[in-house]
Design a protein around this ligand. Structure first.
Ligand code: PGA
Length: 250
């Protein structure tokens, strides 16, 4: 079964609800596609506006984070039920900015993964090495650790619907993209690990994205790689020309 390419945007802390409406109104045209899945992960407060603006189009809406408890005294946090009720279908978990600036551990990410599945939210779990780790030659050890802990106790059915985004930290927002060979090497390594953990069927089905300075100019080369099933796109998903990434093959 061929995996469909997924072009996923990560808006980070950008766009107000009214800006969201206006931008998605443009993107409905530029991001139209029959062959590529399109997802925009937006700030929690923008989700209702995004869902409304994308209604009836091919654009799906997701969140950028959530907490792993159902509800309670966690001031400022957002629960999975809140995301679902607002219309989110996906949630990014364990982005390197969450790990680095807000102290999220892989154990936290694992709790969030399990909680997301309880609520039928599809997690987009991020992993990635720092420049120092790459230079030390421990990239694959680190990524395997992040994925193993993040996926701890997930069933095979859950694992095959999850999405993994490989995002080398040194390539995020820096304009430095990993070469397509560097990106493929790690994405293949992740698929090999999933095969070890869950067997061939899950490994063939799970989608693995590359993220880190993906832009229209490099999307086609990256997405052509055997083990890269699309991109998680930050900066370049904040403009209508995100559609040039969605329509990378044209
Ligand atoms: P970037 O961000 O495309 O701006 O490098 C990617 C990400 O952090 O998901």
């Amino acid at each position: 079964m061929a995996r469909r390419i997924l072009a996923a945007g990560n808006w980070k802390m950008n766009k107000t609800p009214s800006e969201t409406k206006a931008l998605i109104a443009e993107m409905r045209k530029t991001c139209a596609s029959d062959s590529v899945d399109v997802l925009l992960c937006v700030p929690a407060i923008d989700i209702p506006a995004a869902v409304e603006a994308a209604a009836g189009s091919n654009i799906q809406i997701g969140a950028e984070n959530m907490y792993f408890e159902e509800n309670g005294a966690y001031t400022g946090e957002i629960s999975p039920a809140m995301l679902v009720d607002a219309g989110a279908k996906y949630v990014i978990l364990g982005h390197s900015e969450r790990r680095d600036y807000f102290g999220e551990t892989s154990e936290d990410v694992n709790k969030k993964m399990k909680k997301a599945f309880e609520h039928n939210l599809i997690p987009v779990m991020c992993c990635g090495e720092s420049l120092t780790q790459r230079e030390q030659g421990i990239t694959m050890d680190w990524i395997r650790q992040q994925v193993k802990v993040g996926f701890q106790d997930l069933t095979a059915d859950q694992a095959k619907t999850a999405i993994i985004a490989y995002e080398p930290i040194w390539a995020i927002g820096t304009g430095k993209t990993a070469t397509s060979d560097q990106a493929e090497e790690v994405c293949k390594g992740i698929r090999d690990l999933i095969r070890e953990l869950y067997g061939a069927e899950v490994a063939e089905e799970i989608r693995i994205l590359y993220g880190g300075s993906v832009k229209p100019a490099n999307a086609a080369e990256l997405f052509a790689k055997e083990d890269i099933d699309g991109g998680l796109v930050g900066g370049a998903s904040l403009k209508p020309d995100f559609g040039d990434i969605v329509n990378y093959s044209k």
